[in-house]
Design a binder for this molecule. Structure first.
Ligand code: AMP
Ligand code: MN
Ligand code: MN
Length: 319
């Protein structure tokens, strides 16, 4: 059911115990929106738990990072809030979501499955964090330096540093307000976008070397295996940004990057990015995945060659 902000605040006010959850392999928008929600709810007298099992090191500077739990003793929360996650099966800690008395989904993916009791989904918002700005203003929550830092982290990561088409005048207005409040925008930018881990850099070298140009140079394809991840001692999040290298080459419409899954050798996580006209979310939906028009993902079975063939068969229809 789609409901209003009044329904959301009513449920939050009623709840004694609240858990905040987000998607697997969490990015800046996932972690940023979860921590922002925590700071905001504390302001109105709540003590929510944030359950995220793995947090990339680059987000260690975020306010409230140390309060993140990998599990909780509470089995049955009054309220579970899912942020930046289109699909129940990608939600980490979905056992808490399933058992909670009331559930709220707040997201910006067009492919959202509306799996909450209350679903607040705005597919044109450039980041889940940007949805939270309007929501918090409506709830009369003061967006201070701490809260602003969490929100801006999500906006900067999901918009590739204010570059993608989803950016709105509000994105810049909000950033300008935060600058006035003393939030160090360039510092956040540097930490979450410009600083690479050593392992990420090593993976980039491999993916760039292996990159193939297909369909008259309109598609790039590259991959990473578990052996690569092991050899460079990759940690969670170290694959971030690799798919973008292919997309940013002249003449390329779609960049495809596949990464072997550690729990099943014969399964790959597929990431796609497009430039102008291919709706990669629709392509990924064919494999049970989803995302946004210009950035999407899915899980596909097979070895590298089989996954490549399956993906290219679908891409040929739209390229
Ligand atoms: P990624 O390529 O992992 O950075 O993901 C790009 C976008 O697609 C993000 O907005 C993800 O939420 C979404 N996405 C990635 N993998 C999946 C999946 N298996 N199912 C649904 N959506 C996905
Ligand atoms: Mn995300
Ligand atoms: Mn997002």
């Amino acid at each position: 059911m789609i409901m209003t902000l009044d329904n959301i605040i009513q449920e939050i006010e009623k709840a004694q115990s609240i858990v905040i959850l987000t998607h697997e392999t969490p990015d800046g928008d996932a972690i940023g929106s979860s921590l922002a929600m925590r700071v905001a709810l504390k302001q109105i007298g709540k003590e929510p738990d944030v359950v995220i099992r793995e947090v990339p090191k680059i987000f260690d500077f975020l306010p409230g990072r140390d309060e993140i739990k990998s599990d909780s003793d509470i089995e049955e929360y009054d309220l579970a809030i899912s942020l930046d996650c289109a699909d129940f099966k990608r939600l980490v800690g979905n056992e808490y979501f399933e058992k909670a008395k009331q559930t709220i989904v707040i997201d910006h993916h067009g492919s959202n499955k509306m799996y909450g009791d209350i679903n607040f989904v705005n597919p044109v918002a450039p980041a889940c964090c940007q949805i939270l700005i309007g929501m918090f203003q409506y709830f009369d929550i003061k967006i201070d330096k701490e809260l602003g830092t969490c929100i801006l982290t999500g906006i900067i990561t999901d918009t590739g540093g204010f570059r993608y088409s989803g950016v709105t005048p509000e994105t810049f207005e909000f950033t300008a307000e935060l600058l006035e409040k003393g939030v160090n925008v360039s510092e956040i930018y540097k930490r979450v976008l410009e600083t690479k881990t050593k392992a990420n850099f090593e993976l980039m070298k491999r993916t760039v070397n292996r990159m193939e140009f297909l369909e008259d140079g309109k598609v790039t394809f590259t991959y990473i295996t578990n052996k690569d991840l092991e050899e460079v001692d990759a940690k969670i999040g170290d694959h971030e940004g690799l798919v973008e290298n292919g997309r940013d080459i002249e003449g390329v419409e779609v960049s495809v990057f596949i990464r072997q899954r550690d729990n099943d050798e014969n399964t790959y996580k597929v990431s796609m990015r497009s430039n102008d006209y291919v709706n990669v979310s629709d392509v990924c939906l064919m494999f049970g995945g989803g995302g946004h028009e210009r950035a999407a993902g899915a899980i596909v079975q097979g070895d590298i060659e089989q996954v490549k063939q399956k993906v290219m068969k679908e891409l040929k229809k739209v390229i």
